[in-house]
Design a binder for this molecule. Sequence first.
Ligand code: CA
Length: 226
Amino acid sequence: MNNKILIIEDDKAIVRLMEIALKTNGYESVVANSGIEGISLFLNSSPNLVLLDMGLPDIDGSDVLEQIRAMSNTPVIIVSARDREQEKVNALDNGANDYITKPFNVGELLARIRVAFRLVKPVVKEDYFSLDYLNVDFIRRRVTIDGEEVHLTPIEYKLLKLLIDNKGKVLTHSFINKEIWGYDTEDDYQSLRVFMATLRRKIEKNTSNPRFILTEVGIGYRMNDE
Ligand code: CA
């Protein structure tokens, strides 16, 4: 289900209001009461949309927005008590999808959420991927390096396809585990590292300076898209 919403908000009453509204409308919600917790939950729970307060107790909402945008295109709706025009312009310039001012009407909030979800571009799953000397034909499940076919195990192929389907985006260890094995092994990412290492040995010419699969230290991996 792609209906998980991360609420980053320190006002408990507003959180409660949002949670009830979301639940009764079929959304799942996860809550962070600070900016730092919000970023960490964003990484660990892979939400499909974020409701972000600007005035948080630790870091500013705009910093949270910036960090989220550095990692993904997940829609972010700012829900803020600050009603200054310049704040709105800045937030939208910095990649927020929408801006709603407190106190808000629940019906309006839900309408904005529906719009944001509609505007999300579905992941384009291409039949073919080509970058430098790597070519992947997804229809024939054929991977070549400089035209030479390389044989990947089913897990290695699944990993490569997941990375390519999300090229340019940072995928967390937790997200990859869930996509590949159907569950997350919590803090143990050793088996993922092993599979990634064997995959890299097969497709990278220089594994210590990878061209395709980049490591985001402490976070996960990203497929180069250029
Ligand atoms: Ca606040």
